[in-house]
Design a protein around this ligand. Structure first.
Ligand code: 26V
Length: 812
């Protein structure tokens, strides 16, 4: 896309924009003004191609993919847009000439945290790849007024503060009131039969509200494509004056009622591990689904094609089960609004919808009480019941008399609507997010469904966009890679493998080492500035960044640090290569145990960092408020990537991919995509440890694990656990860590922390021995970078496009 011919043209346009948009000049403009002027200037350039992209799609009757997701963790856009428009360098230099720093202006943008973690960030990476590959794929999400909470630590206690990201005008969004959709909740549905015996449904007494879209452009890299991320916002409907009457004209009641309706898009649910069954969450889900489906149908109708071709023109993808109501909602629109019969509507629905599963953790599996669904969504409920009836009847034909099997597969059972069952039955494709995860779905979690629909199941190993996570966030490394192998890797990330030819090139290895060193120094400066902690940038940077969860085992890492501390304190001859352990993690606000682990890490940091016997060898840093923009700072500076989940629990992981791509070496279990990383880089370039998924399964199955047995036989572990509850530098004699102690001992250590401790320590010792051999370490780093192209989301999206959505690039 043509943006600026060079920095002079940019400077001219920028100064003009300051004047025309903000009435400021270089003397009077604040940093905020400058950011705003830059954003608005880019938005203008993007708009032209945005419009053109939409027109081309329509003219060519291009099949459209709508990616429905409750979360899009997009982070800041300015740097990414400059990169994709290929003017990052021009603008950086132009601003410099004007006495401004791009990186300071970038900080003015609020980081759009409309997601919890991996699932939301994946959606954002996918949008980037769709646009870059020239594919007609768009995001449908919610415009939460408050995104992921802002985390602060007060004496190690996590505090959640509201993320008021829209407090300042968001430069990238465009409100499109003309595209508003009406969404209905509640009321009563009655069947009516006409004189010919045809059935229709009358829906009355419902509450109606407006879904107003705010569109955010998604700019492809070095092409003309601009797709759309459409975020829906709830607003009161004009029609609700009717409601006013039913509330007996009481003005206060009326306004309360209005507020409660529009609260649907107030905030993002900050828990990604525990299904709470909150009514407001179900309302959010249906609000997204109903707006999205109606809007997709409306666009389809603009093509003036027969309804029977819907599934040739439209693919609806659901990111986990959260938008699974897409299935009955599309059935409703096709039947009740377009007059199509059940069988044809069902056929079109199944052909359009595809579903990705992101977890096998039973606590996170969604199911909704039948009573709630019936009350909130009466027509949708009727359709779900009918889908279930027909499905169970079809099962009866395959498995006559097998009540038990049919009961385990039913969509509605035990007073609950099971969303995963609905998603599998109503779609043509179900995929897991890494090979191991897909195998577990097929062999265990969804075994009966897999037997019934073997062709529906497939794997799509996750990916990350190498544009944001390498080209943008690690510009030094990108430059060196291009100097070494040319720039083909940018369009074809698999070409990073060319680096393998130079794996013994001493100069290149030294250069990689230096780049890492510079990135570490930069991070150290930032940590000093923001948290006041001094770190040794020549120490090993060991990084554990992800949501805080029992299965991710931040506790295992923390206990190892306690162990090192004890060793150094008690054993004069024990030394280690200096190491800085970084953590960043948000805990779900109601996840008590997770908050205790944060507290423990904070306590360990306080002890270790202030003890002069150890703090030349050991430092611990907990970086608060983990977000996309902090990840962008930490990842380029990492030596060791901690991916230590209990095998079988982490569906894929994507941080593992980002870190590998930036030359970190993985310390990991054989879980999720770590398995695939290991396969690619080989034993010499990854540190693996711990139980296998199969071993974990066997223990869970036969119940033979005893954490107490380990406590009794391993004195190191006994010592550590006692330090949690008896007087020690960590416990300080109070009972704050009793909960952790009991989880490990009384409740038999659900996540096998004690079981994997010994092999984790051994792997860490190996790292301690290997790191000082600079060239060899750099070679491991190079081999990781070289194989990381496989994990570009361009590869992932190409596979979705070919195998699931059946779409080809458009020519814009
Ligand atoms: C679940 C729930 C349930 C309660 C309500 C709010 C809520 C929000 C999100 C979730 C989804 C949890 C699943 C998830 O995030 N899975 C992660 O997906 C990543 C992308 O595929 C994958 O890399 C991670 O391994 C997986 O944990």
């Amino acid at each position: 896309m043509y943006v600026f011919s060079g920095k002079e043209e940019f400077k001219q346009a920028f100064s003009e924009r300051l004047e025309t948009k903000l009435g400021k000049n270089m003397e009077t403009a604040t940093e905020d003004d400058a950011y705003r002027a830059l954003g608005s200037l880019l938005q203008d350039k993007i708009n032209k191609n945005w419009m053109q992209t939409n027109q081309e799609y329509k003219k060519n009757k291009q099949k459209q993919v709508y990616y429905f997701s409750m979360e899009f963790l997009i982070g800041r856009l300015i740097g990414n847009n400059l990169l994709n428009l290929q003017v990052l360098q021009t603008v950086k230099e132009g601003l410099q000439d004007l006495g401004l720093s791009l990186s300071i202006l970038e900080e003015r943008e609020n980081d759009a945290g409309l997601g919890n973690g991996g699932l939301g960030r994946l959606a954002a990476c996918f949008l980037d790849s769709l646009a870059t590959l020239g594919l007609a794929g768009h995001g449908y999400g919610l415009r939460y007024k408050y995104g992921m909470f802002h985390q602060q630590l007060l004496d190690g206690q996590q505090m959640e503060l509201p993320d008021d990201w829209l407090a300042q005008e968001y430069v990238w969004e465009v409100r499109r009131p003309e595209e508003t959709i009406e969404v209905r909740f509640g009321g009563h549905v009655y069947p009516i039969e006409d004189s010919l015996g045809a059935l229709s449904f009358d829906h009355s007494d419902y509450e109606q509200l407006k879904a107003v879209p705010y569109d955010v452009p998604v700019v492809g890299y070095n092409n003309e494509t601009v797709n759309t991320l459409r975020l829906w916002s709830a607003e009161p409907s004009v029609d609700d004056t009717l409601v006013k009457a039913s509330l007996e004209d009481h003005y206060g009641n009326f306004l309360d009622h209005r507020r409660s309706l529009t609260s649907i898009t107030e905030y993002l649910y900050p828990d990604d591990s525990n299904e709470e069954g909150k009514e407001l969450r179900l309302k959010q889900e249906y609000f997204l689904v109903s707006s999205g489906v109606q809007s997709a149908v409306r666009s389809f109708e603009g093509l003036e094609l027969p309804m029977s071709t819907f599934s040739n023109q439209v693919a609806l993808h659901i990111n986990d089960t959260h938008p699974a109501l897409v299935i009955p909602e599309l059935m409703r629109v096709l039947m009740d609004e377009k007059g199509i019969g059940w069988d044809e509507a069902w056929d079109l629905t199944q052909r359009s919808v595809s579903y990705t599963n992101h977890t096998t953790l039973s606590e996170a599996l969604e199911s909704w009480p039948v009573d709630l669904v019936r009350r909130l969504l009466p027509r949708i409920f009727m359709i779900i019941v009918e889908i279930n009836e027909r499905f169970c009847q079809s099962l009866w034909k395959i498995y006559p008399g097998d009540f038990d099997r049919i009961a385990t597969l039913a969509i509605v059972a035990d007073g609950q609507v099971k969303m995963a069952h609905l998603a599998i039955v109503g779609s043509h494709s179900v995929n897991g997010v890494a090979q191991l995860h897909t195998d577990i779905l097929k062999r265990r979690e969804m075994k009966n469904f897999y037997r019934t629909f073997p062709n529906r199941f497939n794997n799509k190993t996750n990916g990350i966009t190498h544009r944001r996570w390498l080209m943008y966030s690690n510009q030094r490394l990108s430059k060196t890679i291009t100097e070494a192998i040319g720039e083909e890797w940018i369009k074809k990330p698999d070409c990073l493998q060319k680096l393998l030819l130079q794996q013994d090139d001493a100069a290149l290895l030294d250069q990689l080492y230096d780049i890492k060193q510079q990135n570490k120094e930069e991070l150290a400066v930032w940590v000093k500035k923001t948290d006041g902690i001094t770190i040794d940038s020549s120490s090993i940077f060991d990084v554990h960044i992800k949501r805080l969860h029992g299965y991710k085992r931040q506790l295992l890492n923390a206990m190892h640090i306690m162990y090192l501390y004890n060793q150094i304190k008690l054993n004069r001859s024990f030394t280690i290569k200096p190491r800085t352990f970084f953590f960043a993690a948000k805990a779900a606000p109601s996840y008590h145990y997770a908050k205790k682990v944060i507290k423990l890490i904070d306590r360990i940091a306080a002890v270790v960092n202030n003890d002069s016997d150890v703090n030349d060898q050991l430092k611990v840093v907990f970086l608060p408020n983990y977000s996309v923009s902090t990840a962008e700072r930490i990842i380029p500076a990492t030596n060791v990537s901690e991916q230590i989940s209990l095998a079988s629990k982490e569906a894929s992981g994507t941080g593992n991919m980002k870190l590998m791509m930036n030359g970190a070496v993985t310390l990991g279990t054989m879980d999720g995509a770590n398995v695939e990383i290991h396969e690619l880089v080989g034993d010499a370039n990854i540190y693996t440890f711990g139980l296998s998924a199969e071993e974990v399964h066997q223990f869970d199955h036969n119940g033979s694990y005893s954490s107490r047995g380990i406590y009794e036989s391993d004195h190191r572990i006994r010592f550590l656990l006692d330090q949690l509850i008896l007087f020690s530098p960590f416990s300080k004699g109070d009972n704050v860590f009793e909960e952790i102690y009991h989880a490990l001992l009384t409740h038999n250590d659900e996540f096998f922390v004690l079981k994997d401790f010994a092999s984790y320590v051994a792997a860490q010792q190996k790292i301690n021995r290997d790191y000082p051999f600079k060239r060899q370490w750099s070679k491991k780093s190079l081999i990781n970078i070289a194989h990381s192209g496989t994990f570009s989301s361009d590869r992932t999206i190409q596979q979705y496009a070919d195998d699931i959505w059946k779409i080809k690039p458009a020519t814009i």
